[in-house]
Design a protein around this ligand. Structure first.
Ligand code: 2HA
Ligand code: ZN
Length: 272
């Protein structure tokens, strides 16, 4: 048995490959993490090595003590993951204090976990503390979504309404809306703290002029959310690029209320 034969690893690799084929992962852009269930960690444990040094996470995630995560490697290319998952991804374990991690599998040609590890782990911690079933945090650089961050303000309401109005399914898929982080330096604790705060409310957080983070219980959910938001963003970019860029009609506030009633959605009152 190999780690890469296990269903969670296969699901992980498939997201990386699909995201690459979607055009969301230029060079080493984007990253993915998955929190293993207890049963998955037990099944994989005979294939783990435990001799690696403990290293600083550079933030603290005490609620994740002892947990295992599969994640992409820093500087590794999503394009190469299907070809050689063991060289480009890893499984890490968080220590009992929640401040350090060690490598237990992968990165066979060297390297460290994703540069966005603090954001991934802080987002996982927020979701776990909220009792959410979320196990997947996915970060990508989709073109249309990033383009919209140059013409919309960094405000949850403006962004959410733009996406909700682009496609009727959007309010159904993310009734809580999306959060926005204005431009910040990526890769550190500050952007992780800003993102995690928003992940308390949202499953999608836009990083201005950078990309999008999505959370989901399954790979399908996290990938599907990324895909739906990027598709809505593409529609929005097209609308804004046609003629005078003005909408003749749209999905109105009244329509959103009707949709909420029809589908039993609790659309965020902040954005209505
Ligand atoms: O290069 O996407 O945010 C990986 C990234 C950093
Ligand atoms: Zn990025």
């Amino acid at each position: 048995m190999h780690i890469t034969d296990l269903p969670f690893a296969r699901g992980f690799i498939r997201v990386c490959d699909d995201g690459w084929l979607k055009g969301w992962h230029e060079r080493n852009g984007g990253n993915l993490s998955y929190r293993l269930s207890k049963a998955e960690a037990e099944e994989a444990a005979p294939l783990f090595t435990t001799g690696d040094d403990w290293r600083e996470i550079k933030t603290s995630v005490p609620a994740l003590a002892g947990e295992y995560f599969m994640c992409t490697g820093s500087g590794k290319f999503m394009r190469n993951i299907r070809e050689n998952p063991a060289a480009n991804t890893c499984i890490i374990q968080v220590d009992e204090s929640g401040a350090r991690y060690r490598l237990v599998w992968g990165l066979t040609e060297g390297g460290i976990p994703s540069s966005e590890l603090p954001t991934h782990l802080m987002n996982h911690e927020v979701k776990k503390n909220a009792g959410s079933l979320c196990r997947v945090i996915y970060h990508a650089h989709p073109v249309n979504l990033i383009s919209l961050t140059f013409v919309l303000p960094p405000e949850g309401k403006a962004f959410t309404r733009e996406l909700w109005e682009a496609m009727t399914e959007c309010p159904v898929i993310f009734p809580e809306g999306v959060g926005t982080v204005p431009w910040m330096v990526p890769g550190g604790r500050d952007i992780a703290v800003a993102s995690a705060r928003l992940m308390e409310t949202f499953n999608a957080v836009v990083w201005f002029h950078h990309g999008l983070f999505c959370a989901g219980a399954t790979f399908d959910e996290a990938f599907g959310l990324m895909d739906a938001i990027e598709k809505a963003a593409e529609i929005s970019v097209k609308i804004r690029s046609m003629g005078d860029g003005k909408k003749r009609q749209t999905i109105t506030t009244e329509n959103l209320k009707q949709l909420a009633e029809g589908f039993g959605l609790s659309l965020s009152p902040l954005f209505i």
